[in-house]
Design a binder for this molecule. Structure first.
Ligand code: GAL
Length: 809
């Protein structure tokens, strides 16, 4: 099973190693794959001719690729329709050659898939190896004794029948694939479990459970050395153990290491350590494994809420799906990490991985940046939500898939809770409670340190039946229950696992006022493909008919699909008092000028279920509205707000909890400068400005990094934003322009997107219209070092070029 930090040797080192070397090796299988969309007979055979298949690098999503003729993959007739954002699933085949010298072919070999969506059959040299059905869990296959010296062929058939999901899932080898080449005596890659039962300023206890495997025909006396290495490289604790391990046997080893004055891990100070483990036999090094971890404790109770290292933490949370928009569902590590970083920068401190296990890249980024994660197993158990979803496999596979979730995630300090499910159709029934109990018990056996939760969307005695089997109660859209349920169940720890963005205040207030309510996770933090249009249409029983093609995005993300904060994200920062943007102002779209179709309001059964965001915009450019009153909404942490138009005061308003930290002004429109000033103790303490923009004369380019590693997966993101002659951002839709991006040299365009929920164009063609003045392009490193040039052209504007470097990894 791939892990965040497995074998130390990278590809380059591997090539340099002599075949007699005994060290363990991990080989990422990134390049060398070929893919074919659709069914094909006999493709598992070694001799199958795949030369006309497309060469791709992995992670890869076959559903997001343009068709061979260059047309975009979206299809108005797609079976999964609005669920998948009009993208089809289907079958895909992958093949890759694997060349091993005789020495390596004779070793212990594991082939690791971090996730294949979905229902994968794997062959080696034409022989069936295994089948793995769930599209989000990691699995490892034992190739020991099956590979041969020289050429081998791995073939994977992926079957993604529609409709398999309520959101866009992608198709194919969507997360990394790697190979472990091990000595017969080695650490079980899935065996190391690190817990930190003591985490104080004085002392950190690091308890390590390891499994040493001996796959040789001779008993071995094995020495295990475990060292805790601090960020500066110092070894701060170590333990050594010597144990006999029987031929073809395994041994569990427990070690306890004490770290003096540890640098504790918390969301505010995400200090990491590395556990370096070495296995020796007769003094010879047989295996080395590195695992990042953090020293921290988690406790929850209804009186003090959530505490990390004894300190109270409230969860400023957001849900995310796994897709990465312009690169589809391909879990490219930088794309996954970027979502985490965007959330951290916007003030969130917690992620709910909806509704499936998070990728290792997501968890690695969360560890490093200080984000807490609810890592979730399933969206369905026995009863399906969609005809072809995981419910088909649950009865047979749930235990293995749950184990995979926990084993893959348990050493990540960011993982806070395990969630066993989301809005499970059988929730609250006796049968649902019994299944929940079995799942929760299995999770606790593998990891007794983290609470088990479930996201539940029912009231009354039924929710009580389900919550009775859980450690923490996840409520979807049920802030109204926090008071009454507490009276009935005073020990219950509650949190909002899903809430609507527009009701941010109503969901946050209980977190501030009720100690047993520990946080709120909005639906969603980052926009995603699928559930097309739910952020515009509002809710009705008919909503699935309301966002036809070319709607592709949900459009309920507080951060848009390209990474731009929408007004709701600014409001949330005020509610959370992050200090990033303590005051901000936005303008309501004047009636009759909407650029999206009229909203449909229907008689709704549950009025609180509306994922739309307020139709307000960061713009003071409203030609045609001169003299007409526009509504300006100001979000403010400051208790008093004054608005100025072209230096003329429009009055001061008090702002605070009673006004839900916002106020509105009616302002007769005149072009110029609109400034909101926040006052604390009567003194100006913050300001926010919107300026009327002229015609776009400039495309501002910003690259998120100057170098990428030439490893075939690193990404650099280039943002292109329109500005007028004064540098004011151009936001108006009628000023949007077509942007052409050409990437040459040691990289390629991975995808380009604008965040427009109704743009079903190609992500790969290198041409995209700006949406509210912006597009973002993802540039993927190749496997050769060298310069990468990105040429950006817009009609009527001077062409521009940016260069970045792909450096040897
Ligand atoms: C919830 C569900 C989410 C998402 C959301 C918005 O009920 O758990 O997965 O579908 O509604 O549609």
């Amino acid at each position: 099973m791939p892990r965040s930090c497995g074998r130390v040797l990278a590809l380059t080192a591997l090539l340099a190693v002599l075949s007699t070397t005994v060290q363990a090796e991990q080989l990422p299988l990134i390049s060398g794959w070929r893919v074919h969309r659709g069914e094909v007979a006999g493709a598992e055979a070694v001799a199958f001719d795949d030369r006309d298949w497309r060469s791709v690098t992995v992670p890869h999503d076959a559903s997001i690729d343009d068709h061979a003729d260059g047309t975009p993959p979206f299809d108005a007739q797609a079976i999964a329709g609005q669920d998948s954002g009009y993208l089809p699933g289907g079958q895909a085949w992958y093949r890759r050659h694997l060349v091993l010298d005789a020495a390596r072919a004779a070793r212990v070999i594991r082939l690791n898939f971090e996730a294949v969506y979905m229902d994968a059959d794997v062959w080696l040299n034409g022989q069936p190896l295994a089948r793995h059905r769930y599209g989000y869990t990691a699995f490892s296959l034992d190739l020991t004794g099956k590979v041969r010296p020289g050429d081998n062929v791995i073939a994977v058939r992926v079957n993604h029948p529609d409709p398999s999901s309520r959101w866009y899932a992608g198709t194919g080898l969507i997360r990394p694939v790697s190979l472990d080449i091990l000595d017969p005596v080695h650490l079980d890659p899935e065996g190391t479990a690190i817990t930190t039962p003591v985490a104080t300023a004085e002392r950190g206890q690091v308890a390590v459970r390891s499994v040493v495997v001996n796959r040789s025909a001779r008993a071995a006396t094995v020495e295990l050395l475990s060292q805790v290495v601090a960020a500066d490289g110092a070894v701060v604790a170590q333990a050594r153990q010597v144990r006999p391990v029987a031929a073809n046997g395994r041994a569990d080893l427990d070690q306890s290491l004490m770290v003096d004055r540890p640098a504790l891990w918390s969301p505010d100070a995400p200090n990491l350590y590395t556990l370096v483990q070495q296995v020796r036999v007769g003094g010879a090094l047989k295996d080395e494994r590195r695992t990042h971890f953090g020293i921290r404790t988690i406790t929850v109770d209804a009186r003090q809420g959530l505490r990390i290292n004894g300190q109270k933490v409230v969860l400023k949370g957001g849900n995310i799906h796994h897709d990465n928009y312009m690169v589809g569902a391909a879990g490219l590590p930088d794309a996954d990490a970027r979502k985490v970083a965007l959330m951290k920068a916007a003030g969130y401190n917690a992620i709910r991985s909806a509704h499936n296990p998070a990728s290792q890249a997501t968890l690695d980024a969360a560890d490093a940046l200080g984000m807490l994660v609810i890592d979730e197993a399933f969206d369905a158990w026995d009863k399906p939500k969609r005809a072809q979803d995981y419910a088909r496999f649950f009865a047979q596979d749930w235990a293995a898939d749950l184990d995979s979730l926990v084993v893959s995630g348990r050493n990540h300090p960011s993982v806070l809770f395990w969630s066993i499910g989301n809005e499970i159709p059988e929730q609250g029934t006796p049968e649902g409670a019994e299944t929940g109990r079995r799942l929760a018990e299995r999770v606790r056996r593998l990891d007794p340190t983290r609470p088990v939760i479930q996201a539940v969307s029912i009231d009354g005695p039924d929710n009580a039946r389900q919550f009775a089997v859980l450690d923490v109660a996840g409520y979807n859209y049920r802030a109204h229950l926090f008071g009454p349920d507490h009276v009935q169940f005073p020990d219950r720890v509650m949190l909002t696992t899903e809430s609507t963005p527009k009701d941010a205040f109503q969901y946050w207030r209980p977190v501030e006022t009720m100690p047993w309510v520990i946080g709120d996770f909005v639906w969603t933090a980052v926009d995603y493909i699928g559930e097309a249009g739910i952020g515009w249409m509002g809710y009705s029983q008919d909503w699935q008919k309301l966002a036809p093609y070319p709607w592709t995005l949900a459009y309920c993300g507080e951060i848009d699909a390209t990474g731009r904060k929408r007004p709701a994200a600014y409001y949330r920062e005020v509610l959370w008092k992050t200090g990033n943007d303590p005051i901000s102002a936005f303008v309501r779209q004047p009636p009759g000028t909407e650029d999206l179709p009229d909203r449909h309001y229907f008689p709704i059964q549950q009025p609180h279920l509306d994922w739309s965001l307020d139709d307000v915009h960061p713009s003071w450019t409203w030609p045609g509205q001169e003299g007409k009153p526009l509504e300006v909404v100001v979000y403010s942490e400051f208790p008093e707000v004054e608005l100025f138009l072209n230096d003329r005061s429009l009055g001061r308003h008090p702002v605070g909890v009673d006004s839900e930290y916002k106020t509105t002004f009616q302002v007769p429109y005149a072009p110029g400068r609109l400034v909101a000033v926040g006052y604390r103790d009567g003194q100006p303490a913050g300001r926010w400005e919107l300026r009327t923009a002229g015609a776009p004369v400039l495309a501002r380019l910003s690259l998120d990094r100057p170098t990428v590693r030439a490893n075939g997966v690193d990404l650099a993101y280039l943002t292109v934003e329109l500005a007028d002659a004064d540098g004011t951002p151009v936001y108006a839709r009628d000023a949007d322009r077509l942007v052409t991006v050409r990437v040459a040299g040691a990289g390629a365009l991975a995808g380009m997107g604008n965040g427009d929920p109704r743009d079903a164009g190609s992500f790969q063609a290198g041409e995209r219209r700006t949406f509210h003045g912006r597009v973002v392009a993802a540039v993927r490193a190749g496997t050769q070092a060298g310069p990468i040039t990105v040429d950006v052209a817009l009609p009527g504007l001077p062409p521009q070029r940016v260069t970045l470097n792909a450096v040897a990894p």
